[in-house]
Write a protein that binds this ligand. Structure first.
Ligand code: ADE
Ligand code: ZN
Length: 334
């Protein structure tokens, strides 16, 4: 069922779609040496014990991305996967500091990604938005400088986000830059409650004024927070395979996604960094459905949530929801 129904993806780091094959071909194109001998060796290195153990490898892998064409090729490969998985709208993150800190200009990164997204709209009919994330392990001042540097592109982004090492880097560290971003008309989202405590989700809501929480799986530790998220219809972009790969849950059958749905939370399913975590969005749906015994109605609810939680204009959202409803009805009648 999941293959034939349209969906939106709302939590996807474009740097996390770098497949080992592309990593090798970009390394060759840019004359960069990799600490791996083969694609198999790269895949074998993707065993993580925590978020930080993943991030170390992830930032190292991103070094092969040098030119606008590299960012275009990376993004285009992801869009081709979107087409296969029936993703009709995607809101992607990128981390400018990962690239500007090694001398790649902001424009090189942004223009390469955006050119592919424009072609994705024209050639594949996939709509998209770009969210610029600040790396929370770096300073607030660094985030502010990045925000200033990105000004010429603000009108081409939908929002700002916050990612990287959560523990010890609370959302309140970035209150000021998020305030500036909101003043510039950008929407706010943030990773919170992935490894960090429920308190960080409160901070993301109250200090950063986020409209969506990325991950947020720790919210079930705090009943008052769950009630707040339900009452205010704040969506949570959950990434099941990521959570297992990064040891947030011991196994997929221990994941709390079904409990979150049962509590009335607006949960969505996403792939986070699919090249590193063993699967794209439909892989996440299939594995989660099996592990948690989700029925078709629950999957349908998750798909509806993906559009309702998106930053699509009202009319576009309604159009996607109507098409989803029709297709789901047809499948149910068969
Ligand atoms: N950057 C890429 N993936 C991430 C994740 N799952 N958590 C925090 N930062 C990230
Ligand atoms: Zn993420």
């Amino acid at each position: 069922m999941i293959d034939s129904l349209p969906k939106a993806e709302l939590h996807l780091h474009i740097e996390g779609t770098l497949e080992p094959e592309l990593m090798f071909s970009l390394a060759e194109r840019n004359a960069i040496s990799l600490p791996y001998q083969s694609v198999e060796e790269v895949r074998a290195a993707y065993q993580f014990s925590s978020l930080q153990s993943f991030l170390d490898i992830y930032y190292a892998g991103a070094k092969v991305l040098q030119t606008e064409q590299d960012f275009y090729d990376l993004t285009w490969a992801y869009l081709e996967r979107c087409q296969k998985d029936n993703v009709v709208h995607t809101e992607i993150f990128f981390d400018p500091q990962t690239h500007t800190d090694r001398g790649i200009s902001f424009g090189t990164v942004f223009e390469g990604i955006d050119a592919a997204l424009q072609d994705g709209k024209k050639q594949l009919g996939i709509s998209s938005h770009i969210i610029m994330c600040f790396l929370r392990h770096l300073s607030a001042e660094d985030a502010m400088n990045t925000f200033a540097m990105s000004k010429p592109w603000h009108h081409r982004m939908i929002g700002v986000g916050l990612d990287s090492s959560e523990q010890g880097n609370p959302p309140r560290k970035f209150t000021e830059v998020f305030e500036k971003a909101r003043q510039a008309g950008l929407k706010a989202v943030a990773h919170a409650g992935e490894e960090g405590p429920a308190e960080y989700i409160w901070e993301a809501l109250k200090e950063l004024k986020v409209l969506r929480v990325d991950h947020g799986v720790r919210c079930l530790d705090d009943d008052r927070l769950v009630q707040y998220l339900v009452e205010n219809r704040i969506p949570l972009t959950v990434c099941p395979l990521s959570n297992v790969k990064l040891c947030v849950f011991d196994s997929l059958s221990d994941h709390n996604l079904k409990q979150m749905l049962d509590r009335g939370l607006c949960v969505t399913v996403n792939s986070d960094d699919p090249s590193y975590f063993g699967g794209y969005i439909n892989d996440n749906f299939r594995a989660t459905q099996t592990a948690l015994g989700l029925d078709n109605q629950a999957v349908y609810q998750l798909l509806r949530n993906s559009f309702n939680a998106s930053f699509l204009e009202h009319s576009e959202r309604a159009r996607h929801l109507a098409r989803l409803d029709t297709l789901y009805q047809e499948l149910s009648d068969d």
